[in-house]
Design a binder for this molecule. Sequence first.
Ligand code: PLP
Length: 257
Amino acid sequence: MRTALTIAGSDSCAGAGIQADLKTFYAHGIYGMSVITAVTAQNTKGVMAVENISSHIVEKQIDAIFCDIKVDSVKIGMLSEIDIIKAVSSKLRQYSPKNIVLDPVMISKSGYNLLNPDAKDVLIKELLPLSTVVTPNILEAQVITGINIKSIDDMKKSCKAMLEMGCKIVLIKGGHLSTDPIDILFDGEDFKYFEGKRIHTKNTHGTGCTLSSAIASNLAKGYAIEKSIKNAKEYINVAIQNSLSIGEGIGPTNHFY
Ligand code: PLP
């Protein structure tokens, strides 16, 4: 059995965060495990409250898994505070799993700050270089690189800047472009483009979490990075096409249809 671990925050309405990751792992036939870094009280309308888990318990959860079970792939999501980021990076350096997918979660679609702005530089310094692939959306890439992104050329500049900042491979997701979305993968040598048709739905809660955990699932199965992203994009597209109109706000993607 292949395994994957998500290190991320809990979403009480289960559209994003740990719950979306575990559903994604399950749908891929991967045994999923979780290290919870924060508990959010949220629904489709927004985030009402967040309580971070102590960095000590975050470390203990990581130890508990790695001292017992082989982890084929790690996905990192919401880490909101400096001490949690430092705890996760130091434990990942200690256990050095083969595959790490970093989703640099910053702001929810409903507009809530999930990363303390003071922690951004630590996230960049500690986690970018450790990760196999980093998957920012355009807004996150802008915050990380300081480059204003309006076009494909800007996305490419931002990819290059992210590699200069220590990333090995970056996937900038183009969902926020005003055109049909295009995601760009850069490994320091070649740019690869993943084009898609915009799916017109308001129900996109958890898409970033789902894509990154689908990439982690494919890496856990042994696929190379480009194929993992291609498969993950197919997965998220179907999950968005079948997304659920539950609740009054931004409904979740659907893993089982
Ligand atoms: N809640 C948690 C715990 C998350 O990890 C994330 C995103 O990564 C979100 C909420 C935001 O999800 P979305 O922006 O898709 O609504």
